[in-house]
Design a protein around this ligand. Sequence first.
Ligand code: KIV
Ligand code: ZN
Length: 522
Amino acid sequence: MTSDKNRVVIFDTTLRDGEQSPGATMSHAEKLEIAALLDEMGVDIIEAGFPIASEGDFAAVSEIAKNAKNAVICGLARANFKDIDRCWEAVKHAKYPRIHTFIGTSPLHREMHDLDQDAMAQRVHDCVTHARNLCDNVQWSSMDATRTEWEFLKRTVDIAIKAGATTINIPDTVGYTAPVESADLIRRLIAEVEGAGDVVFATHCHNDLGMATANSLAAVEGGARQIECTINGLGERAGNTALEEVVMAMKVRNDIMPWQTGIDTTKIMHISRRVSTVSGFNVQPNKAIVGKNAFAHESGIHQDGMLKNAETFEIMRPADVGLSETNIVMGKHSGRAALRSKLKNLGYDLGENQLNDVFVRYKALADRKKEVFDEDLIALVTDAGADGEGHLEVRFLRVICGTEAPQSADITLRVGDTDHQATAQGDGPVDAAFNAVKAIFPNDAVLQLYQVSAVTEGMDAQATVTVRIEEAGMIATGQSADTDTVVASARAYVNALNRLVMRRGKTGGGDVREISYKDAGE
Ligand code: KIV
Ligand code: ZN
């Protein structure tokens, strides 16, 4: 039987700490979609953003707060009244709002803020009191707790509890701690701070030494009952604790980690794929739980064992994390209804227009590819979504390439409602295609990342191309899949440009379609 003392609260910060990761910026619509999926999968608390950071963050947190069904909606605020007020303005719409306020308490952070211990202690008191006057649910974080002197850490936690914080977070901001220390720190705080029994202790780990999952679980062993994590471990530097890892570890090894969460684990794969797509951060193939190879058995011995008894090499069933067992899809004569039902099984409930678009692409793909797998369909849906919000669209592309340079590309690009043609040369077909786009849509964006991965196996496999570009400090990522890598590359580039334009629009407060981005489409 689960008793409340064994219930671990899952606090997801994909939309805040995850999105803060350079290049992982998500659009407004994507944030709303991910928040809805998190809510649906049973995440207890969604940290939806940092409301004071930008108008876009404020709008996203406010709307997520309005839409949330079950989850607590939390916003982040630095330890000052302006941040806290702005945060409250955004989260107050939620059925269950939370203000999360923090300051770095370690010597390095105190120096940076030019605050001595007494001044910082006063700040903790004032800010938690202020937040608590606005909201019943307040989380305090002593940032860089694992490098804060023990006595001072204890003092900040004590002050925060007395000022009314309901959750105390002990972040390992730089991924410095180790499991034994992580457990011990929480255990000692609970033992030594007055009133510790009345609040929830949280653990927030970064993965710089690859120990975030172990450190989070160790903190729970020490008495923490909130784990802060992100889907796919998205986050700054080496990322945050991966939600799927801590949740599945507690589920699979409940014999030695007898804690429960409210997560519907069958929703893990879908949300992992969506976060990967919208953030542009591919999941490494051998990533625990959600990597493409996590349930793949290649070697003869393994395959033989698996056929006799799946438990020989599997400690969890693919279905437990939402992977369907059979994944070859319909033939090329399958209809729209079959496609709709298959996509629904994969977690995509499409509107009529998007379904029509995917159906047309599905038919075209089925003509080119012998077998269409689940991953192919997911790539099609992802592509349709990206183009759907676009301002630019690749209508036609032909490249001429061979052993003799230069290669050339003819492109027809739709800009707004008008088609434009251009021919350009380049160092290889992809470069030529990008130059042709630039000839029609001049821009100063610098290519930061160009990545190709096969969606499935086989010579006729589709390639997923991820492109990340940067212009004037703004980063945008685009993805596309096609059996032709050059076509996928051009579309991914254009998708990234669309997002850049959109982001520029948000910053400038204008409408995407009204922005003249350089001399587009003369
Ligand atoms: O890593 C960290 O310390 C944080 C805090 C804002 C909680 O993200
Ligand atoms: Zn963090």
